[in-house]
Unconditional design. Structure first.
Length: 92
């Protein structure tokens, strides 16, 4: 999303009021965006997207981080379930 807005990481971090290091950790999935930052990202000044989409993405990322220790086939199964759920509910 950041690249679609033609922002670099510093511009995105400045918009959110956080450090570039923190933003980078969120972007690569090392950390999960808190709701207050998701709300700001969803705003018209941010990415102007549905907050529920961002929340769903957050839950997906949290689930992915919690899949450590699962086999590749188990991870693929879960990812496919999420993909099918998104498709069935019109979520991109």
């Amino acid at each position: 999303m950041r690249k679609q807005k033609q922002w670099n990481q510093k511009e995105a971090a400045d918009f959110l009021g956080i450090s570039v290091h923190s933003y980078s950790n969120y972007e690569i999935g090392r950390r999960i965006f808190p709701d207050k930052l998701l709300i700001k990202l969803a705003s018209p000044k941010g990415f102007n997207i549905d907050i529920e989409q961002l929340r769903f993405d957050k839950v997906s990322m949290e689930a992915e981080l919690n899949m450590q220790g699962l086999s590749d086939s188990q991870k693929d199964f879960i990812k496919n379930l999420v993909k099918e759920f998104k498709k069935a509910n019109g979520i991109k």
